[in-house]
Design a protein around this ligand. Structure first.
Ligand code: ZN
Ligand code: ZN
Length: 421
């Protein structure tokens, strides 16, 4: 009985493509349970070290360092990273605006190829993500077991915030990253995606069909994920709603496309750069407002016949735009906040209007990996969400610093993605 069980498990490991772990299927003889579960074999025959981009302290450039090959534990998957998006949240960490354990590897929006599973990983997980499969990873990596995860509110996962965001580790309180030179631990912002390999809890992954490219699909894991969560769960958008998006960079411009996919009647893009507003039109905006030239709230009211929009989204995390967002919604409308701000940043609200006119101010962070990420993959696969038009720059691993610098100076129109082929 045990023999059959272990045989069928070992078959799951096999992949038609020749791979580093091929020896497992070539090893002949009756497979033993411990051979399958032994973590020691990871990427057997493959490299024993990798490179990753390390953040050391605020306002110091990332450096590329060598690491021991990370080892996944139970329920985790080792991924050969193919692409990693360049996001403002990383930048907040790099500028010291959001405190995070350091040194750490930043990058939290990835695609890649499955190369290994942690020992004792459930066979269901191995079946879903066999070696060689293409995957996309969400930046909120649900533990699957906390009180929020069991309710389906994986975007509030306790373990993710308590361990990853507060300590830079996975959910056993340990990082998977250790420097090759001295063995010292390096923390992980989400999965630490700006590295040649990364360890991701399987709950954060979805299979990427081969028809979708690695590079462009990376943005599904944060920019598009965040936009989808805001529209689906926070705004509970309905077809025919009017929507305004304040700040149309990577996440904001994804909001435009998701709003369109959900059937928004009017989509108003607000930004200070005409270039971004122009590309917003391509992504579904029916109206644009340049906040440097026009009064944002007046203009949104004018476009909506004096009412204000059903849903306004703030994607910048600034006190001024926070206020504009709350003022742009109609009575009973929803102001959804998705822009992270430096710690302790405050926003102002007209209290009486909020009370009398039943304004809803809703915070939204990411989305729910297991239920939402497969939907996003479908939207991209069917072309309902256009990935190509959102990714505006591709760069090499070694160019990551300059990509973050350009992001800092507002020079990236859509999203930049680092390729780690
Ligand atoms: Zn992000
Ligand atoms: Zn959880």
């Amino acid at each position: 009985m045990a023999f059959f069980r272990s045989v069928s498990r070992s078959l799951l490991w096999r992949h038609p493509k020749p791979h580093a772990s091929l020896w497992r299927s070539l090893s002949g003889a009756a497979p033993k349970e411990e051979r399958i579960d032994a973590a020691g074999y990871h990427v057997a025959g493959g490299p024993s070290f990798m490179r990753g981009a390390v953040f050391w302290e605020p306002n110091r450039p990332l450096t590329i360092e060598e690491f021991h090959m990370p080892r996944p534990k139970a329920g985790e998957v080792l991924i050969k990273t193919k692409a990693c998006g360049v996001c403002h949240s990383d930048l907040h960490v790099m500028k010291g605006e959001l405190p995070f354990s350091s040194p750490c590897v930043v990058g939290h929006e990835i695609t890649g190829e499955v190369v290994d599973h942690g020992a004792h990983t459930d066979t269901g997980v191995i079946k879903r993500f066999p070696i060689g499969s293409h995957v996309v990873g969400a930046f909120i990596m649900p533990c699957g077991n906390c009180c929020f995860c069991v309710k389906g509110q994986e975007d509030l996962c306790e373990a993710f915030f308590a361990y990853n965001r507060a300590k830079g580790t996975l959910y056993d309180g340990e990082t998977r990253l250790f420097l090759r030179s001295n063995g010292k631990p390096v923390y992980m912002y989400s999965m630490g995606g700006l590295a040649e390999y990364c360890v991701v809890p399987a709950n954060a992954l979805a299979v990427l069909p081969n028809s979708l490219p690695y590079t462009e699909s990376a943005i599904l894991g944060c920019a598009v994920f965040t936009a989808y969560g805001a529209m689906r769960h926070a705004a509970e958008m309905r077809a025919g709603d009017s929507v305004a998006v304040i700040g149309v960079g990577g996440v904001g411009s994804s909001c435009l496309q998701i709003a369109k996919a959900f059937g928004a009647a009017e989509i108003i893009a607000v930004d200070v750069l005409d270039e971004k507003l122009q590309s917003a039109r391509m992504l579904g905006a029916t109206h644009t407002v340049n906040a440097l030239k026009e009064d944002v709230v007046d203009k949104i009211k004018e476009i909506t016949g004096g009412m204000g929009v059903d849903v306004a989204v703030e994607a910048l995390g600034k006190p001024l735009t926070f206020m504009q967002c709350t003022k742009s919604v109609r009575d009973g409308g929803k102001a959804v906040m998705i822009g992270l701000a430096p710690t302790n940043a405050m926003g102002e609200v007209d209290i009486t209007r909020l009370v009398r006119r039943q304004i809803k101010i809703i915070g939204s962070y990411g989305a729910r990996a297991r239920q939402d990420l497969p939907h996003l993959v479908k939207l991209a696969e069917t072309g309902i969400f256009n990935l190509q038009n959102t990714v505006s720059r591709k760069c090499k691993f070694e160019e990551a610093n300059s990509a973050y610098e350009d992001l800092n100076h507002g020079k990236i129109v859509g999203r930049a993605v680092v390729e780690l082929m």
